[in-house]
Design a binder for this molecule. Structure first.
Ligand code: CIR
Length: 265
């Protein structure tokens, strides 16, 4: 069986800890409630399983308040997994907490060389390329250090810009299928998607753009009725999930899992 860039057999997740209440955030949002976060996270994990994914769930890591956002410290490719270097100082150490877990699935776990910074939330992989959005967390030195590792895995890396008001590139875009990307007007205006088909996120529902395609399902953040209708009209099957607590610390659906298909030995 071959897997495309939205079909996955496995995912790695990490339960939120009590310390998630101290997670990083840009605005003055209220602290997330760890109990409600746990419930929303459990529903997310259940939806991954329902979509046909085997989920390896890691325990909370109280030392890293943002570690529920497991997508940021690593990148899972076709043949190798790469431990990245998250750009927020309090998150840099998260990379090491994933080494052993990734080794269970990947014979090759590589390290992004020191120097620059890259957050996984800035990386969008498609069938034919890997896009990396430069942002406040991902710089050019990090992206260029990543290039040879990604390209050795078989796809070119292309640098694009994340609009400055957006935390991560994928905060406001996501892959719907091999040729279609869903994105907000802010990201679309940068012209970075070239000849992909694009679907614009309805105005006022920008938080819905952090969607993920998982096998036959599109996971969509609850409370975005215009987006839900738009995607259903286009023939996508959607699974709506509550992200009220992740949103308080600038997180969403994509960042709460590493989705991958382990390479064949
Ligand atoms: C952070 O600021 O790093 C976390 N509070 C949120 C990370 C969200 N990750 C993502 O969008 N990929």
């Amino acid at each position: 069986m071959t897997f495309s860039s939205y079909q996955f057999s496995h995912a790695l997740t990490r339960k939120p800890g009590r310390s998630v209440a101290k997670g990083l955030r840009d605005g003055g949002t209220a602290d997330p409630d760890p109990n409600i976060f746990e419930i929303e996270h459990a529903a997310y994990v259940a939806a991954l399983k329902e979509a046909g994914v085997a989920v390896a769930e890691l325990p909370p890591d109280e030392g890293f308040p943002d570690s529920v956002f497991i997508e940021d410290p690593a990148l899972c490719l076709r043949r190798a997994a790469i431990l990245l270097r998250p750009g927020a100082p309090t998150r840099l150490g998260e990379r090491e907490t994933l080494r052993d877990s990734l080794r269970r699935f990947y014979p090759k776990v590589l390290d992004l060389p020191e120097g620059g910074f890259v957050d996984g939330g800035d990386i969008l992989t498609t069938e034919r390329e890997v896009l990396i959005g430069l942002s406040a967390r991902t710089n050019e030195a990090g992206a260029e250090a990543l290039r040879p590792l990604v390209e050795a895995d078989g796809r070119p890396l292309r640098l694009v810009n994340t609009p400055p008001e957006i935390l991560h590139f994928k905060t406001e875009c996501g892959l719907l299928d091999e040729k279609t990307i869903f994105a907000t007007e802010a990201i679309l205006a940068s012209g970075c998607f070239g000849d992909y088909e694009t679907i614009a996120c309805p105005e006022g529902e920008e938080a819905a753009a952090n969607l993920i395609r998982v096998n036959d399902q599109v996971f969509l953040s609850k409370g975005h009725p215009k987006t839900a209708e738009l995607l259903q009209d286009r023939g996508y099957q959607i699974t709506e999930l509550a992200t009220s607590q992740a949103a308080r610390v600038d997180g969403g659906l994509s960042c709460m899992s590493l989705r991958f298909t382990p390479p064949k030995p």
